[in-house]
Design a protein around this ligand. Structure first.
Ligand SMILES: CSCCC(=O)C(=O)COP(=O)(O)O
Ligand SMILES: [Mg+2]
Length: 244
């Protein structure tokens, strides 16, 4: 195997999920439809739970901030479930990486994974890479727009079994947006490593630009089903087999 990315200075690997370790088709074809289908029944059952109320408060704040500029928003007075459902559906329609939406989706998926209805699909090179990198002493972290809970589920309920032992830590957009350099500086600080000892792998060039600006090493993930990038600015990989 030609492991063409070798850099002895890299001590930790930060992985995106969708388009890097999991196929876009799994996220858009399985996870997102599951959350949409179960949104109403989930909120009807759980809207009074403290964690769900907190998500709804975050969503309502986002709604109030957006409402004056966006005539396409559905009506939501803040105290109706119908309004909440309509706004969450609106956010899902535009694939908004909203922390409130992502947190709610993670809670809905939890039920699906625990019931055995959902199982996560990862590219076949992911599990060998996790074992190989750990044997080489590299730490593995995740940074995704999906909530930390959703990320943990992906690795706990993989078709290949529970992979959470391989993952040292998880970061979501509570740390900061994926397209801002400050988020990557915050992640490096949280991990306790200088930025240049981290390698970030993602399918989105704007995320790599931000990570590179923060001093991280970066690689562009090119996978079946990803948005095609005609002239990539960054070094590409088509399999994690190519890294270390
Ligand atoms: C954590 S699985 C669900 C992924 C998700 O909700 C999403 O928006 C994908 O974002 P990513 O940053 O992993 O490309
Ligand atoms: Mg991605």
């Amino acid at each position: 195997m030609n492991r063409h990315f070798q850099d002895p200075g890299v001590q930790a690997i930060l992985l995106d999920i969708e388009g890097t370790v999991a196929p876009v088709e799994f996220v858009y074809g399985v996870l997102f439809p599951f959350a949409r289908e179960h949104l109403r029944s989930y909120l009807q059952d759980a809207a009074q739970a403290a964690a769900v109320r907190s998500d709804l408060q975050d969503l309502y704040q986002e709604y109030r901030a957006e409402q004056p500029q966006n005539p396409r928003l559905p009506d939501w007075s803040g105290d109706t479930l119908e309004g909440a459902i309509a706004y969450v559906e609106f956010l899902m329609d535009c694939d908004r990486k909203s922390p409130g939406l992502k947190s709610l989706q993670g809670k809905i998926w939890t039920q699906g994974y625990q019931a055995g209805t959902l199982q996560s699909q990862l590219f076949p090179d992911v599990v060998p890479a996790l074992f190989r990198w750990r044997e080489q002493g590299k730490q593995i972290f995740i940074f995704s727009s999906g909530s930390v809970q959703a990320q943990q589920l992906i690795f706990r309920y993989a078709e290949q079994g529970d992979l959470t032992a391989h993952i040292r830590g998880y970061f979501d957009t509570k740390t900061g947006p994926k397209k801002e350099a400050s988020s990557y500086r915050a992640i490096a600080a949280a991990i306790g490593n200088p930025p240049e000892t981290l390698l970030f792998i993602s399918d989105v060039e704007a995320e790599l630009e931000a990570a590179q600006a923060a001093g991280l090493k970066v690689l562009l993930s090119v996978r079946p089903g990803n948005e095609p990038i005609l002239n990539p600015t960054f070094r590409t990989l088509t399999s994690l087999d190519q890294v270390f």
